[in-house]
Design a protein around this ligand. Structure first.
Ligand code: PEP
Ligand code: MG
Length: 922
């Protein structure tokens, strides 16, 4: 049996590749990211100092075997070291020509700060003396030696950094100098001695003089660091599994501080802030890597290297191009020039802002370096989200946390950053914004439809109750207002007009900052940066490519008659202005217009109330006749804005009491009037109270609403359907292509539809005849009650389309209140792992999703071309979008501001399920 290979020279990447079966990702898992890239650079002829990698498997075996190296590993390490000696012509531990090496950790995924590097292994009292002979530079040698003792002490022997730093500081003070560069050869020599004594004092043994002991102990220290607290915490936070292990890289030392023809630097192959194709970096001549990072001396811009080391610079430019071409990714590189010779010490994919990521992906596709598909896959929906909402400056946010200004956290209901003065009711909020021109944030325990004007005037919204599908969350997302809901630690005192968390009081008019992306609320102001889509040409290009992917026939394998393209993205929009925005963001349909929102407009609400409180049929009809022109104009505006695209208009959904004042408030007013003996208007108030009491239900969300209300009181929906078709006819007569789809909410039994739908269709036909126009239209239903899903085959015999109302479908499937669950227990459930995700944000595939899957299959068994969409809040969530792709939806519908995110997510799903991946492109 051949011996297990634990150690790979940088020149042996072919063997590593063969061993893992050919995949680069697996090579990275075996050699770690750093080791794999050092080996790859060696393979493609980039100058890398000779070295080798001890594998992650060796690390795992070491940890599994109770901190013992696996059999033959050490022998292989020594063998590899011999080869490095041959390649460099130097010898480890030989005073006459010593080889020095560095020891660096390197896991599959970069884990910054997990484990420091040890430099200059191989130096001891003898080899140091030998190196002085060789270089004639005592200062350089003892500076290197004391760095080894210091790094070895802290990294390998676990001594506190201060043990060395304090002595160094004291030494400089005694000598009356400020900077390390002011210390001379003798200083470093005596500091090296002092550092060795520190080791002896703390550990009771001497700093190891045997270079092989140094190497062995450093290798062990890197292995052990995998299970250090810092590393475990980092992996937990970054979602990296704990069984990967780290590799150890042993690399020949090269020195950038060997005089003024030496130097060192770091660079990105493109600008990591904006993505521009230009080399971006810093360097220092006659310096070590850590001097560049530590900022001890002022670094130079990388382009100046052309003047100081023209040959090395040109070679460096060529290498950067080569690396980008090879990895097809922006690279972050480290280099050292030792006496005129350039060495590459590291390359990896460079971290970048979302803006840079999009520009780089699009430009690389245009340069032919990657395919359009890869460009799409390289950008995450979260990055698109980041680009569309104002964001807080992360550095200032961090400082705010350190200053104890984080006030509360809640559900991250609508992304973006908002800074404003707080107000506790909608009217004041609106007034302060409109009349005083203030930036305002509305703070409420929760919001209701009649708070919408305040919400619209706000830069941000904060509630102490409610969850991801609460009224505040839905409306905020729809209008792109940053919003945090359910910040349960906040006590709101509406009377005193203040809020508090423990003893921290914030009064009306004071400033706060709300981060709807993270769910955090801060005291005071944090600066923001605000982008717009129209200006982001690269993002527009990327989204156009995403649409092309989704529009391609054959993207989905599907039964005969089902859609074979990817998903379309539609939007939830109530007003023509929303529809125009949705369209400019790339929506190709309106999936939900909640008509009742239009009833809350100030000039309409009194008419709606009159209609509800009517005592006779004639009174009700008169009120409805008054509402009709308003609705017709709204709908016509929607059809014109969406010219050529379908517009789904949902008939009235909420229970009628929502349009009336609250029972409690009216009762209080009546009692107060009675107690005070006020008779003026008392009779009317009492009548109102009686009506409110008549409409009162114990469980209104399961009461007289949706299709049930339409059956009991058909006049309202009859008016709405007339308004829809008159609006569509008017738009058609003006030359627009109107495609109305009438959606009936809350169906539970097919017989409900059988009662109401034909009656409404007659109105539709009558209007078309009256107006003398024809246009395509559909009648369909929401699937938001489990019974509707379970009987989808029957429902589809009447309904021409389904739209999943997953807010209610989740509420009713789980039996969790969508308004209260998050505040009371749901967030805890998610935190404790009882539920993997908040089901009001991401579709619960096993439960709610199963009902959806069944509905699509059974619905299409009855009506093969049944149009299926989703209009619950999940329609803008990438994981839920993926699920909708799988079950065969035609489209997803979400708030206009999430449309770009959904377009990218839909393309990701189409590509992923077709088997296209980034790796396949490389
Ligand atoms: C739903 O229930 O998912 C839905 C879209 O309707 P609403 O949120 O208006 O109840
Ligand atoms: Mg609903």
């Amino acid at each position: 049996m051949t011996e297990k290979k634990w150690v790979y020279l940088f020149s042996e990447v072919d063997q590593a590749e063969k061993y893992v079966g050919g995949k680069w990702d697996d090579v990275k898992a075996l050699l770690g990211g750093k080791g794999a890239n050092l080996a790859e650079m060696t393979r493609i002829g980039v100058p890398v100092p000779p070295g080798f990698t001890v594998t992650t498997q060796a690390c795992n075996a070491y940890l599994a075997e109770g901190y013992n190296f696996p059999a033959k590993m050490w022998e292989q390490e020594l063998q590899a070291l011999k080869q490095v000696e041959n390649l460099t012509g130097k010898k480890f531990g030989d005073a006459s020509n010593p080889l020095l090496v560095s020891c660096r950790s390197g896991a599959k995924f970069s884990m910054p700060g997990m484990m420091d590097t040890v430099l200059n292994l191989g130096l001891n009292d003898e080899t140091a003396a030998g190196m002085v002979q060789l270089t004639g530079d005592t200062r350089f040698v003892y500076d290197a030696y004391r760095r080894l003792v210091q790094m070895f002490g802290s990294v390998v022997l676990d001594l506190p950094d201060e043990a060395f730093e304090d002595v160094l500081e004291e030494y400089k003070k005694q000598k009356g100098v400020k900077s390390d560069t002011d210390l001379d050869a003798e200083d470093w020599k005596s500091l090296t001695k002092e550092f060795q004594q520190i080791v002896r004092r703390h550990k009771g043994f001497d700093f190891p003089q045997d270079p092989f002991d140094q190497l062995r102990l450093a290798t062990e220290a890197v292995f052990k660091s995998w299970n250090g607290k810092r590393a475990i915490d980092y992996r937990n936070a970054a979602g990296i599994t704990h069984d990967l292990g780290t590799a150890v890289n042993i690399v020949t030392m090269v020195f950038g501080n060997m005089g003024w023809n030496s130097g060192t630097g770091v660079a990105f192959t493109r600008d990591p802030a904006n993505g521009e194709k230009m080399l971006y970096g810093d360097y220092l001549m006659n310096a070590q890597g850590e001097d560049v990072v530590a900022g001890i001396r002022n670094t130079q811009k990388i382009e100046n290297l052309q003047n100081e080391a023209p040959v090395a610079y040109q070679q460096f430019l060529d290498i950067c191009d080569k690396l980008e071409d090879h990895y097809r990714e922006m690279q972050d590189v480290e280099f050292t020039i030792e006496q005129g010779k350039l060495w590459m010490l590291q390359t990896r994919d460079g971290k970048r802002t979302a803006k840079a990521a999009v520009r780089i992906a699009v430009e690389m596709a245009n340069e032919g370096l990657i395919s359009k598909e890869t460009a799409i896959l390289k950008i995450t929906p979260e990055q698109v989200d980041t680009l569309l909402h104002p964001q807080f400056d992360p550095k200032i946010k961090k400082t705010a946390k350190e200053e104890n200004r984080l006030y509360a956290t809640g559900v991250n209901a609508s992304p973006g950053a908002a800074v404003g003065q707080i107000y506790f009711d909608a009217d004041t909020t609106e007034r302060m914004a409109k009349e005083e021109g203030q930036n305002v944030i509305m703070v409420r325990p929760f919001t209701k439809p009649d708070d919408v004007h305040g919400m619209l005037a706000s830069k941000g919204i904060l509630t102490s109750e409610g969850g991801a599908t609460s009224h505040a969350a839905v409306v905020a997302r729809q209008f792109g207002v940053p919003c945090v809901v359910g910040a349960a630690a906040i006590r709101i005192d509406l009377e005193k007009r203040q809020m508090s968390v423990n003893d921290k009081l914030v009064k009306e008019g004071e400033w706060i900052s709300v981060d709807g992306t993270s769910g955090e609320v801060f005291l005071g102001k944090i600066p923001t940066v605000a982008p717009t889509l129209e200006e982001q040409t690269d993002l527009l290009t990327l989204l156009k490519w995403a649409d092309e992917v989704c529009a391609t026939k054959g993207m989905r394998k599907a039964p005969e008659g089902w859609p074979t393209t990817g998903l379309q993205v539609w939007a939830n929009a109530d007003y023509p202005a929303d529809a125009r925005r949705a369209r400019s963001y790339g929506a190709v349909g309106i999936g939900l217009c909640r008509t009742e929102h239009m009833f809350f407009e100030p000039e309409r609400l009194p008419i709606v109330q009159q209609m509800i409180l009517s005592e006779t049929g004639a009174q009700r009809k008169a009120a409805l006749d008054e509402l009709l022109p308003y609705q017709r104009a709204d709908f016509q505006g929607l059809f014109e804005a969406m010219d050529g695209y379908p517009v789904i208009i949902r008939l009235i959904d909420p229970p009628l009491h929502e349009f009336l004042p609250s029972l409690e408030e009216t009762l209080e007013e009546v009692i107060t009037m009675r107690v005070k003996g006020e008779t003026d208007g008392l009779e009317d108030k009492e009548k109102l109270l009686k009506n409110i009491q008549l409409l009162h239900e114990s469980n209104p969300m399961m009461g007289l609403r949706g299709i049930r209300l339409s059956i009991v009181m058909p006049e309202i929906v009859e008016m709405q359907v007339r308004a829809i078709f008159e609006g569509a006819a008017n738009a058609t007569l003006k030359g627009f292509l109107a495609k109305p789809e009438v959606m009936i909410p809350l169906t539970g039994h097919v017989n409900e539809l059988k009662v109401i739908q034909p009656r409404l269709e007659q109105i539709a036909k009558a209007v078309m005849t009256e107006k003398g126009v024809e246009f395509p239209y559909k009648f369909g239903t929401m699937i938001e009650i489990p019974r509707a899903a379970l009987t989808a085959a029957e429902i589809a015999s009447v309904a021409e389309f389904f739209s999943f109302g997953t807010n209610d479908l989740t509420q009713m499937t789980y039996g969790y209140s969508r308004d209260d669950a998050e505040r009371n227990f749901l967030l805890k459930y998610v935190e404790d792992g009882i539920l993997p995700k908040n089901p009001f944000q991401t579709i619960d595939q096993e439960g709610v999703g199963r009902l959806m899957d069944m509905s699509v299959k059974e619905g299409r068994a009855t009506r093969v071309n049944l149009e299926v969409g989703i209009c619950g809040e999940h329609g803008g969530d990438p994981l839920s979008i993926d699920f909708c792709h799988i079950i065969g939806n035609n489209y997803v519908s979400c708030s206009p501001f999430r449309v770009p995110i959904a377009r990218l997510a839909a393309a990701h799903s189409a590509l992923k399920h077709k088997g296209v991946s980034i790796a396949a492109d490389l």
